[in-house]
Design a protein around this ligand. Structure first.
Ligand code: PLP
Length: 397
């Protein structure tokens, strides 16, 4: 039989999806499962976006420009400028989701065996993109005790080797919900400048910032115009995960030419989804105001309910729609399986994501879970009640 590549064998499975068979068992038993495990928002996609696709009059569904529609890039640049980001049309390449933008960024900045430093816990697919690009992830630990703040710069410096090419941050963070301050971004800027590294910032949750905190983008840090690469996406901003549109943004011309070669190799991003994404930029501000208010309420609901459970510790997220909770169990993955297989409260149970899969240092985060507050408030309250009862039953079993 022909042999699968080492790379193919090493590609990590999604830690978020590995409990799916257990959730299926729970559903087969007739139990309702509340999904706190994935970041699929239940918020409606803006009508302007859906209508633009319905009204599109296309006779030939042809390839578009490899960098994406120029009209879309112009409008996107204007959107960023309105938010105070100095981004022009030529600084943007439209991609098939933020996921492809991350692949282009890694492919254009790193060779086989190069190293990328990432504060952990981090978005688990960074492992997959790194493996696919032949890049080694070097984690720097951030912990629940500091609310997942930026680790000290000295911790990064200890890890820098001649093979280090980039630092990757997620701001605000999935899975932590941490929003880096202007000062933290400035510290990182000084670091990447000193060591001549790229700073890749995944800012797909940029709009989701609460409590009056303002998001500070790497694109706002003029001193690192040549080092900064921003990753963006329409998936969460407009609740358009299925559109598969994102972009990679940089002022570094050499980087953009390299990324453009990756873009040309895959020809073009999807046409209908670009039509939807371009139209989505006309979404009224009131849509975002409502969405942010809703998420803030959901966050408060979930965090308060979790804090009221004995032995549970949560880092209050300032952005995105996730939080990490430390549970009074030894092994959160075992608990997550058990709660699906062997537990229900009046025919209902919950699915959570064990947080160990978001760390790349073995043995870290074993008693933590990631929860996505993408459900309605009453469902979040129910989910917390189920977790509370399950923790008591798990301990007594
Ligand atoms: C932090 C982060 N980056 C990137 C992505 C990928 O997004 P896209 O749907 O744009 O590929 C996600 C999706 O959940 C994410 O959470």
């Amino acid at each position: 039989m022909p042999k699968i590549s080492n790379k193919g064998q090493q590609m990590p499975e999604s830690p978020i999806r590995k409990l799916v068979p257990f959730a299926e068992t729970a559903k087969k038993k007739g139990n309702k499962v509340y999904h706190l495990n994935i970041g699929q928002p239940d918020i409606k996609t803006p009508e302007v976006a859906l209508n633009a696709v319905k009204n599109a009059n296309i006779e030939v569904l042809e390839y578009s420009h490899s960098a994406g529609f120029e009209s879309y890039r112009n409008k996107l640049a204007a959107y960023y400028q309105k938010q105070g980001l100095p981004i022009n049309t030529e600084d943007i390449i439209i991609t098939t989701g933020g996921s492809e933008a991350l692949m282009f960024a890694m492919g254009s900045t790193m060779d086989q065996g190069d190293e990328i430093i990432i504060p952990e816990p981090f978005y688990a697919n960074y492992n997959g993109f790194s493996t696919a690009s032949g890049v080694k992830v070097v984690p720097v630990i951030s912990g629940i005790e500091t609310g997942f703040a930026l680790p000290p710069i000295a911790d990064f410096e200890k890890l820098i080797t001649p093979k280090t090419k980039a630092i990757l941050i997620c701001n605000p963070g999935n899975p932590t919900g941490y929003l880096y301050s202007k000062e933290e971004i400035e510290q990182l800027a000084a670091l990447v400048k000193k060591h001549d590294l790229f700073l890749i910032a995944d800012e797909v949750y940029r709009e989701f910032a609460y409590d009056g905190f303002k998001h500070f983008s790497v694109m706002n840090e003029e001193s690192i115009a040549e080092n900064a690469i921003m990753i963006d996406s329409v998936s969460k901003r407009f609740s358009m995960c299925g559109a598969r549109i994102g972009c990679v943004v940089s002022k570094n011309k050499e980087f953009m030419s390299a990324a453009m070669k990756f873009a040309q190799a895959r020809l073009s991003p999807p046409t209908y989804a670009q039509i939807a994404s371009e139209a989505a930029l006309d979404t009224p501000q009131s849509y975002f105001d409502d969405v942010i208010t809703e998420y803030k309420d959901r966050r408060d609901t979930l965090v308060n309910a979790l804090n009221a459970i004995d032995g549970v510790e949560v880092a209050n997220p300032k952005g995105a729609f996730y939080c990490i909770a430390k549970l009074p169990v030894e092994n959160a993955e075992d608990f997550a399986k058990w709660i699906l297989e062997d537990f229900d409260l009046n025919g209902e149970t919950v699915m959570v994501a064990p947080a160990a899969g978001f760390y790349s240092t073995p043995g870290v985060g074993l008693n933590e879970v990631r929860l996505a507050y993408v459900l309605k408030k009453e469902d979040l309250i129910k989910s917390a009640e189920i977790l509370k009862a399950a923790l008591v039953a798990y301990k007594a079993r």
